[in-house]
Design a binder for this molecule. Sequence first.
Ligand SMILES: NC(=O)C1=CN([C@@H]2O[C@H](COP(=O)(O)OP(=O)(O)OC[C@H]3O[C@@H](n4cnc5c(N)ncnc54)[C@H](O)[C@@H]3O)[C@@H](O)[C@H]2O)C=CC1
Ligand SMILES: CC(C)CC(=O)C(=O)O
Ligand SMILES: [Mg+2]
Length: 361
Amino acid sequence: MKKSIAILAGDGIGPEVTKQAIKCLDAVAEVFNHQFIYHEALIGAVAIDATGNPFPEATEKVCKTTDAILFGAIGHPKYDNDPSAKVRPEQGLLSMRKKLGLFANVRPVNSYEVLLSISPLKEEIIRGVDFVVFRELTGGIYFGEPRGRSEDGDKAFDTCVYSKHEIERIAHYAFQAAAKRRKKVTLVDKANVLATSRLWRETVTKLARQYPEIELDFMFVDNAAMKIIQNPKHFDVVLTENMFGDIITDEASVISGSLGMLPSASLGTRQSLFEPIHGSYPEVAGKNKANPIGSILSAAMLLEYAFQLHEESNLIQEAVEKSLDKGFTTEDIFKENAKTTEEVGDRIASFIYSKNKALAN
Ligand SMILES: NC(=O)C1=CN([C@@H]2O[C@H](COP(=O)(O)OP(=O)(O)OC[C@H]3O[C@@H](n4cnc5c(N)ncnc54)[C@H](O)[C@@H]3O)[C@@H](O)[C@H]2O)C=CC1
Ligand SMILES: CC(C)CC(=O)C(=O)O
Ligand SMILES: [Mg+2]
């Protein structure tokens, strides 16, 4: 199979972790005789430096003319520490999601037997956790208008807006995913306070009639934030709006062992993009210390969702597990004898290549 992949490495640790994901894609290409052609493009702070625009037109074009997009991370302290900055790296990410119509962000959460002991949560609580969050990605308070400051600067405002259409299209994805899993959807909202959440409940309740085999339950987001820690096995498919999904998935990464572990797929009607859920983690940028597994597993999701290459995707996941089993991890997982970002990427890629040897024998 010959496919083109846009590489938007971005800022901070983005380039380091993305490089490891590409190593794994190259290994898959060799083992299965595929051809992946990479097209690099700028986004975030590096794009502002080069062009003044965090999501330049040239990058948009690359995204629209390739078969899938692999994204690293954006964000830089010089913007985080300057609230007055008018152009910000995060605008590049939001603008890309909106312009490419990437409305469904799929974030799987699971625990790894070998990592149970490093979680601050009790082993019996997290053993066997396996749920997936469907986070709406192009609506809600990150996009609503009006937003800004009053003229005297004393007030600031953001607006949360959702339409039935925006809710329905991601809800269908969530119910379809549940049908292939344990057949349960939990809608996480704040319907006791927010009008948008009440629209979510009403719309999802109606839509659920099309999926009679799926159990639907509702949970307020504050309760959900607690239950994810207290009883994560309650969840199968979580359906939620943009900001709630952003927050509860960073929280849920504690179940897997590190924020550096979680991948995601952002799906739309035409393009699809794959990215670790973490940010640019500037504290370790360029230090070869970041965990590349979230990015590597995002490459696995790319193969699965964008190219329907199931065996190839499974091989990456198996290679990640082998590496974890051997204790071959960055410092966020096992501090003692920690490996570098490059070493972990190399080891996972070598497990993928070893499939070739197994086939030859
Ligand atoms: N999708 C994106 O590109 C995102 C970008 N950001 C941006 O990233 C910058 C930093 O934001 P933070 O809130 O510090 O979030 P962050 O996700 O970059 O880091 C938060 C913490 O998570 C851990 N962590 C994250 N990635 C890791 C990795 N690969 N390996 C090991 N540990 C990891 C570290 O303990 C780190 O201090 C900001 O400019 C923010 O706007 C934040 C979230 C998402
Ligand atoms: C940086 C934000 C715009 C997004 C974010 O935190 C995320 O998508 O996980
Ligand atoms: Mg986030």
